[in-house]
Write a protein that binds this ligand. Structure first.
Ligand code: HEM
Length: 503
């Protein structure tokens, strides 16, 4: 009995010793690996690491805790450390580029593919497939390219101009929904209205689907999108989100929202359209028809991948367009002289007409300038990232093989090196007579992975701006905050609260 007790005791002691040595070895391996990663990148300038193990994460977290957003910190670093700098988060080193030559090289060469480190996080949220490997997230160049080539024509101007009636109908619905607010003089969040009308726009123009989100703030699609966007944002900032017991009900809400968006909405829409085609019905030549065409041309695509594209195209354009318009209303609201010029231009070009044609929009030069300046200061999709497989020396900076490079549009577009008085909202920068440095303005990104929906967004946004300023004027709430909130995108923290008056 004593013999087996001794044996058990010896086993426990050896077991503990084994675990302690294993932890010790692991600790040494991690420490050695971190030291190696630091040495690999220490030839690049960058902020000092606040912690050996966490890298610059404590500085970024402390900044966020002060209700600041990380992009602002990256801008301070870019001003201080120049066109290319590095920062560390745990074992990962991010190389951040903002110089025009570096940005051009990295974004326009197809050998630099999208970084899976960033985009895989959108693949699944809280354990459920969200936009999977859709157009935005696919990092395999050849797989992505085949789909993009098929979908591209749906976004050409010559094709989109055929949808001006639908764009106008959506704009008119928005204007009518605001009329009650102008009569009541109550203050309201314009951001909320913009989120709903941009959803109606993509649904009606892109998918020939009547969402009628403008009619109800509790539209289930809006509620589901909000949950998923919060999920993305939390997942980006908290790698342990899937394991925290305190987040159990949040994770359930996100998963239910994804199920609703993919199955109840996306899949149902796909099946209905296929049925219509099968029955020989005439179907609209909209974005959905191009997504379906992808599957016909590329039979290897699964239905799950087709759903990835449906969700991507629905969501990528809605949030970005509503955010940029919200920022525009904020800036114009505090610059009465800009509001006046917008109204004058709209009145002059439209001459009281309600229907806005494609040609009318091309005449709205000042509207275009204000829209572009808003995108310069507040690019809603604030950056992109690429993977550098083989070592590259660009503009004198040696970037080691196997690196993840981050390009922040927010930073590049707000640098003193690129713009005079960059913190000033000044639409005159985009007047035709003004010269700008090349590759310092890219709110829709650059090169092959740039935004497929750029023309769609420009038509939609400018049409909504024109319709609004033709009819209304407004006053921002005196307590309105001008802070930026960084979630998956940049959006105004305070929601653009205003009171409305008919002109
Ligand atoms: C003002 C509005 C918009 C802005 C600022 C914007 C910005 C961007 C940016 C910066 C990217 C590159 C993202 C990255 O590299 O990670 C992108 C990609 C994309 N955008 Fe937009 N976007 C807008 C509106 C739209 C609209 C209206 C649609 C669709 C109807 C759309 C669909 C997409 C898609 C599918 C991609 C992925 C393209 C690819 O990689 O092939 N976007 N957008």
């Amino acid at each position: 009995m004593t013999g087996s007790y001794d044996l058990l005791w010896t086993l426990v002691v050896y077991g503990v010793l084994f675990i302690v040595s294993l932890i010790g070895v692991l600790f040494l391996v991690v420490t050695a690996y971190l030291a190696y990663m630091h040495r690999r990148y220490d030839h690049l300038p960058g902020p000092p690491r606040t912690s050996f193990y966490l890298g610059n994460l404590p500085a970024i977290t402390a900044y966020r805790r002060r209700k600041e957003y990380a992009s602002k910190l990256f801008l301070l670093w870019a001003e201080e450390y120049g066109p290319c700098f590095r920062f560390h988060v745990f074992h990962i080193c991010m190389v951040s580029v903002n110089g025009s030559h570096l940005v051009k090289e990295i974004l326009t060469k197809s050998k630099y593919t999208k970084s899976s480190l960033t985009y895989n996080r959108l693949n699944k949220i809280c354990g459920l497939r969200f936009i999977g490997r859709g157009l935005l997230t696919e990092s395999d160049h050849s797989k992505w390219y085949k789909r993009r080539v098929i979908i591209n024509p749906a976004f050409h101007n010559r094709y989109l101009r055929l949808f001006m009636t639908q764009f106008n109908e959506v704009g008119d619905k928005w204007i009518s929904s605001l009329s009650g607010l102008s009569e009541s003089k109550d203050s309201f969040s314009m951001h909320d209205y913009l989120s709903r009308i941009t959803l109606d726009a993509i649904a009606e123009v892109g998918f020939s689907y009547k969402m009628n989100a403008i009619e109800s703030a509790s539209n289930p699609f809006i509620v589901a999108i909000l949950y998923v966007l919060q999920g993305i944002s939390k997942a980006m900032h908290d790698p342990l989100l899937n394991f925290r017991p305190s987040e159990k009900s949040f994770r359930k809400n996100v998963r239910d929202s994804i199920k609703f968006l993919r199955t109840d909405f996306g899949h149902r829409m796909l099946l209905e359209r296929r049925q219509q085609i099968k029955e020989g019905e005439e179907v609209p030549e909209d974005i959905l028809s191009y997504i379906i065409k992808c599957k016909e041309v590329l039979p290897e695509l699964t239905d799950e991948e087709v759903l990835d594209d449906i969700l991507t195209l629905f969501i990528a354009g809605q949030e970005t367009t509503s955010n940029v318009l919200s920022f525009l209303f904020l800036e114009v609201g505090r610059h009465p002289e800009i509001m006046l010029r917008l109204q004058e231009e709209v009145d002059q070009v439209l001459d009281g007409r309600q229907f806005i044609s494609f040609e009318d929009l091309s005449k709205m030069e000042y509207v275009d300038q204000v829209f572009k300046e808003t995108l310069r200061m507040y690019p809603p999709a604030s950056g992109t990232s690429r993977y550098i497989k083989d070592e590259a020396t660009i503009d004198g900076y040696r970037i080691p093989a196997d690196s993840h490079v981050f390009c922040s549009f927010y930073v590049t577009q707000r640098l003193h090196r690129h713009y005079t008085d960059p913190e000033k909202f000044n639409p005159e920068r985009f007047a035709k007579s003004e010269q700008r440095q090349l590759f310092t303005y890219m709110p829709f990104s650059l090169g092959h992975r740039s935004c497929v929906g750029q023309q769609f967004a420009s038509i939609e946004a400018k049409l909504l701006i024109c319709k609004f300023f033709q009819r209304y004027t407004y006053t921002l709430d005196p307590t309105q905050s001008f802070d930026i909130q960084e979630t998956a995108t940049l959006r105004p923290r305070g929601g653009t609260v205003m009171t409305l008056q008919q002109r």
